[in-house]
Design a protein. Structure first.
Length: 198
């Protein structure tokens, strides 16, 4: 069994940041784990009609990466990225033999999403979408509107195994709540002896 934890949610909710925090906690607990971000392993433009959003490409890349991660001793994987349906999630899960997938959706209110994207837009040189756009308010407001609409779609078509509300919480607290809630990961929250086979 390969525990596979996937954090997803609307833009600005903090999925990449929280996933990295979880990864750091997992490896500091002595578990050899892999980390990836689906945004980073699927850039190919323009999109191909037969593979919108490059999901097949990303899943294939994930499978190839996992072979190397596993050969190097990784026993579990943490990732972040968008996902719309269970069918798409299953495509990624199937790329990792023996994977047990936990889909964890991070949620935030529209006001929190707006605040976080505006804050990110004021940062410079960090490689985020906001940093690239700087203080271009029209572009930032477009990102905010898209993020809020997408969050509403995720609420309507909910495929998550776990849901963690992030309003008024810092990254370590959100990471702890995810680790505590995820059955295949909960032992790492308290650094206790892992279940048999992990």
């Amino acid at each position: 069994m390969v525990p596979f934890l996937w954090l997803y949610g609307a833009d600005g909710v903090g999925k990449s940041t929280v996933a990295w925090e979880i990864y750091m906690r997992v490896i500091s607990a002595g578990t050899r784990a892999a980390f990836t971000d689906f945004d980073a392993i699927g850039h190919l433009q323009p999109d191909r009609p037969e593979d919108p959003y490059n999901h097949r490409l990303r899943a294939a890349n994930l499978g190839a990466m996992w072979q190397n991660f596993h050969a190097a001793g990784a026993t579990r994987i943490i990732t972040s990225g968008v996902v719309e349906t269970r069918e798409i999630a299953e495509m990624y899960r199937a790329a990792i033999p023996g994977a047990t997938l936990t889909l964890c959706r991070l949620r935030a209110s529209p006001s929190s999403l707006r605040q976080r994207i505006m804050y990110r837009g004021r940062l410079r040189g960090l490689g985020t979408e906001g940093a690239r756009t700087g203080l271009d308010l029209d572009h930032l407001n477009g990102l905010i509107d898209f993020s809020i609409r997408y969050a509403e779609e995720l609420d309507r078509d909910d495929i998550a195994d776990l849901r963690i509300d992030t309003d008024d919480l810092d990254v370590p607290t959100v990471a702890q709540r995810v680790l505590t809630a995820a059955a295949d990961w909960a032992y790492l929250a308290g650094r206790i002896t892992p279940p048999e086979g992990n």
